[in-house]
Design a protein around this ligand. Structure first.
Ligand code: SF4
Length: 346
């Protein structure tokens, strides 16, 4: 495994200067130092780009370990060769409140996926590859345009298979004046090699933790090793950035935010996942317990009939109870709102 050399950290990346007390959005952006700035200043970001692009030649960037030459535009599970495919980029007002803030989370949706769950709600993007291939310059321009629109962060959705391409674009974007924190918004099927490339680059890790049972991970994502991979990856993310830190306006600055989608009939999974998080990462871990599962993608009443329904009110209530019973207390505001909505309905 390639290891990060943890170089040249002359400052505390991602932390605020004393000017942090200023309250305007502009002041926040001026005073905030995203993690990658320190690596850029000492040349380490350029080295990461080189290391990452070299890895494309015999790709083991994610746990699928395909070993194809993506420099020659070959691909396998992720269907992505030399260049990333982007479906859309926009100021997202539907992400967690700590990311969307007032002006939106600057979201870049990468097409294709290295995990591909059968119930994916973005099926056209993750399975069918809706989008267009973009070179580094175009990707950097997207980042800068999101900053110009006033977004609070750059939210990289499904980044696991395009880490080198992100680094390549980031270098250009930083040279062009990018100053926003990066959100690494992943399904959780990430290799330690890819995360080492992102060490000191990403400010906010936002992994899903989807499955605990390897059989479920095999059935729904053809990835029986998902639970083990996700546990390892989330531990590494936590090691890099720690628990989520919010600023005085409730905006995320740095740390880990875990998403857990409550699945129909999946309460045993939820119990194990919440207990593991509390035990291994600690009670300060910030979690969004998500109620919005709906049948999508390849799920029909004949294919995967057991998940061809919404979750029930009872199931969501149980999931919230499980969260608190595990000793956790930092529940995302959107989860709280869902829990309050169902208690009002009942
Ligand atoms: S990133 Fe793509 S090509 Fe590389 S190992 Fe993963 S699925 Fe295979």
């Amino acid at each position: 495994m390639w290891m990060s050399s943890a170089p040249c950290r002359s400052e505390r990346p991602g932390m605020l200067t004393s000017a942090h007390a200023e309250s305007s959005r502009g002041a926040r952006q001026n005073s905030f130092q995203p993690a990658y700035m320190a690596l850029w200043r000492c040349g380490e970001l350029s080295r990461r780009v080189e290391v990452g692009l070299n890895k494309l030649a015999d790709c083991t960037l994610c746990p699928r370990n395909c070993q194809v030459n993506r420099i020659e535009d070959k691909s396998n599970v992720c269907k992505t060769g030399r260049y990333a495919t982007v479906s859309s980029h926009f100021a997202h007002s539907g992400e967690e409140a700590c990311l969307r803030g007032r002006f939106g989370s600057g979201t870049i949706f990468f097409s294709w996926c290295n995990l591909r769950c059968v119930f994916c709600q973005n099926y056209e993007i993750s399975w069918l590859g809706q989008g267009r291939a973009v070179e580094a310059k175009a990707l950097a321009e997207m980042m800068l345009s999101l900053q110009k629109q006033g977004c609070h962060n750059i939210n990289l959705v499904t980044p696991a298979h395009v880490v080198p391409q992100i680094l390549e674009a980031l270098l250009l974007a930083v040279e062009g004046g990018l100053q926003l924190p990066l959100v690494y918004n992943t399904g959780g099927y990430d290799s330690l090699d890819a995360l080492a490339l992102m060490d000191g680059v990403v400010d906010i890790y936002m992994p899903d933790f989807k499955f605990w049972d390897p059989e479920k991970a095999r059935r729904y994502a053809k990835a029986p090793d998902y639970p083990e991979v996700a546990r390892r990856a989330i531990q590494e993310m936590h090691r890099q950035v720690g628990p989520l830190i919010l600023d005085e306006h409730g905006l995320a600055l740095r740390g880990v935010l875990i998403r857990h989608l409550v699945m129909p009939g999946g309460m045993a999974e939820t119990v194990e996942i919440m207990r593991w998080i509390a035990r291994e990462l600690g009670p300060e871990t910030y979690i969004n317990v998500m109620s919005q599962y709906r049948p999508a993608g390849r799920v029909t009443d004949t294919e995967y009939p057991e998940i061809d329904r919404l979750i029930t009110v009872k199931e969501f209530r149980q999931a919230i109870h499980v969260f608190y019973s595990a000793g956790l207390h930092r529940l995302d505001a959107d989860s709280k709102m869902s829990a309050q909505a169902i208690s009002t309905e009942a």
